[in-house]
Design a protein around this ligand. Structure first.
Ligand code: SAH
Length: 347
């Protein structure tokens, strides 16, 4: 299997069948080989720096009904909230003081935020914090809407493709959501000029080595600026309540492989990874990640933004958890920096 890792390192791509082989044959010994290569690649662009993003979960209203997600519209027991512009700006204020220079607005697909409202929020953020990047993670909208947010100053957009395999996509989402439309959105975002992120859950129900290979081939063709992956974790009030969760080990392997595939990529060690393993985020860094996204949402709403069970940091104060993150990162040789943390181009 080492030959396949070497080939990936040299050519930055593999055939689908080679991805299948690599994924099926992952093991701890091979992981060491992958992680070492991945760390070397990361170092060339990002050194030992950890980029942080202040995550503002601004709404848990959602018009969609994804089978895996705790804030799907059919979950009548989810306690819904959304933040006003002022509440969002308060989060930024706290975050800025702490050293965050990227704010991520993430939420369910809440149409009560019209384009006009969102444009206003983005403009206010960029006016008050001109040295900060704004990332959006608000799902599928039209090309015109994406353009309006970009013109208002939004810099980046995260839209996980969830799975690049159409049959698999059908098993995770109701009819009204299509892979085709999701992919169109990603193409639009990149074309408009956003630093664009795709991604998927590791171990989502019905995922196979084949569908994962489709994900890896999609990523190597799409060439995103960011990739968000984390283990699937069941939520007890969803149709997937009884499904098995994803594995920390496979998530780490895939993080390493993605780093080798696109050496300058922005790659977060996600909260879901930290939820399944007490040292998940540190292990993510050791596998090749270079970004962490601490929670900046007001503490009283955090327990309501539950995409999955047992999510970590829902009770912590932002300052305290950042301090803790800095210490744990320092202990393994990394430095959390105060910087926008933009994608570094190869040339
Ligand atoms: N509505 C936005 C944001 C979605 S939440 C959008 O559509 O992009 C961000 C990500 O959380 C999702 O893309 C999904 O991959 C992940 N997620 C949702 N439910 C999850 C679960 N049960 N376990 C792990 N990750 C989950």
């Amino acid at each position: 299997m080492k030959e396949l890792v070497d080939k990936l390192h040299e050519t930055r791509k593999l055939e689908k069948k080679e991805w299948v082989q690599l994924i099926q044959n992952r093991n701890d010994k091979l992981d060491e080989y992958i992680f070492e290569k991945a760390r070397n690649e990361r170092e060339q662009y990002y050194g030992n720096q950890v980029y942080i993003r202040g995550l503002i979960e601004f709404t848990n209203y959602c018009k969609n009904d994804c089978y895996y997600c705790g804030i799907r519209r059919s979950n009548k027991r989810a306690e819904r909230y959304h933040l006003t512009e002022n509440q969002i700006l308060d989060c930024c204020d706290i975050g800025y003081e702490l050293g965050f220079r990227t704010f991520v607005l993430q939420g369910g697909e809440d149409r009560s935020y019209t384009d006009e409202t969102l444009v206003h929020i983005i403009e206010s953020m960029k006016t008050l914090y001109p040295d900060c990047a704004v990332t959006l993670s608000i799902g599928e909208r039209s090309h015109e809407s994406y353009r309006a947010y970009f013109d208002a100053g939004a810099d980046r957009y995260l839209l996980r493709h969830e799975t690049a395999n159409a049959n698999h996509y059908r098993k995770l989402h109701p009819e009204e959501l299509t892979l085709e439309h999701r992919m169109q959105c990603l193409a639009d975002l990149k074309q408009i000029g956003y630093q664009t992120g795709c991604g998927f859950m590791v171990g989502s129900p019905y995922q196979t080595a084949e569908t994962l290979a489709d994900d890896m081939v999609f990523i190597q063709n799409f060439q995103p600026h960011m990739v968000g992956i984390g283990p699937f974790i069941p939520h007890h009030q969803t149709p997937f309540a009884e499904k098995e969760g994803g594995s920390v080990e496979l998530t780490l392997t895939l993080l390493g492989l993605i780093r080798i595939m696109i050496p300058n990529i922005l790659l977060p060690a996600t909260t879901a990874l930290g939820t399944l393993h007490p040292r998940g985020r540190e292990r993510g860094m050791a596998a090749g990640a270079n970004v962490v996204m601490p929670n900046l949402s007001p503490v009283d709403v955090r327990k309501k933004y539950l995409l999955y069970d047992n999510k970590i940091c829902t009770g912590d104060e932002a300052a305290e958890s950042l301090q803790h993150l800095k210490e744990t990162m320092k202990a393994i040789g990394y430095e959390v920096v105060t910087s926008r943390g933009d994608f570094i181009c190869k040339e």
